[in-house]
Design a protein around this ligand. Structure first.
Ligand code: SF4
Ligand code: SF4
Length: 164
């Protein structure tokens, strides 16, 4: 069960240092990263890509996936600081796995203060909200704890013009 907890990012140990399952965590991050790179466009359904990676790893059939949308270049129609598109993290659900920080290229996430009792890993914070790419939603499925939320996409389409 501990291996599965590690693989799915549910482990609550304060640190991976010295843990025998470190390679399992590396494998998880590698697979998630590969899913994200394969579908670089920001409207990709990363959850489906991640499910496919897991299914191919365990040799089962992946659930039918929705076709990913075409890669499109975008231009913002308002200054970035006037567009409140960024994630929020529910601290009650965050287990400090750091997958969001590792896999969000713009660097939106940072660890919060250390656990005063030194038992749990630091929970993560949305430290740089305006570095978030408008309409990107990759981190939501990346967070297997379900701690990351984004506002409804349809409310933000008006801030974006597709230029290709
Ligand atoms: S928000 Fe999610 S992905 Fe990020 S550290 Fe917390 S549990 Fe992990
Ligand atoms: S939605 Fe924002 S915070 Fe999440 S992965 Fe994309 S750029 Fe990073």
């Amino acid at each position: 069960m501990l291996v599965l907890d590690c693989f799915f990012g549910r482990c609550e140990k304060p640190s991976c240092d010295g843990c025998l399952f470190k390679p399992v965590r590396s494998l998880r991050l590698f697979l998630k990263s590969r899913s994200m790179e394969r579908f670089e466009e920001d409207s990709v359904d990363t959850e489906e890509a991640w499910k496919k990676e897991v299914a191919s790893l365990i040799g089962s059939k992946a659930p039918d996936s929705k076709p990913s949308s075409a890669k499109r270049k975008k231009r913002l129609l308002a200054p970035r600081e006037e567009i409140p598109w960024f994630p929020t993290i529910n601290p009650d659900l965050c287990n400090g796995c750091a997958d969001c920080k590792v896999l969000c290229k713009p660097g939106v996430f940072e660890p919060g203060p250390p656990d005063p009792e030194g038992i749990h890993r630091p929970k993560f914070l949305v430290a740089h909200p305006y570095q978030c790419i408008v309409l990107c939603d990759r981190c939501v499925p990346i967070c297997t704890s379900g701690a990351i939320k984004l506002p409804p996409k349809e409310d933000f389409e008006k801030f974006v013009e597709y230029v290709d």
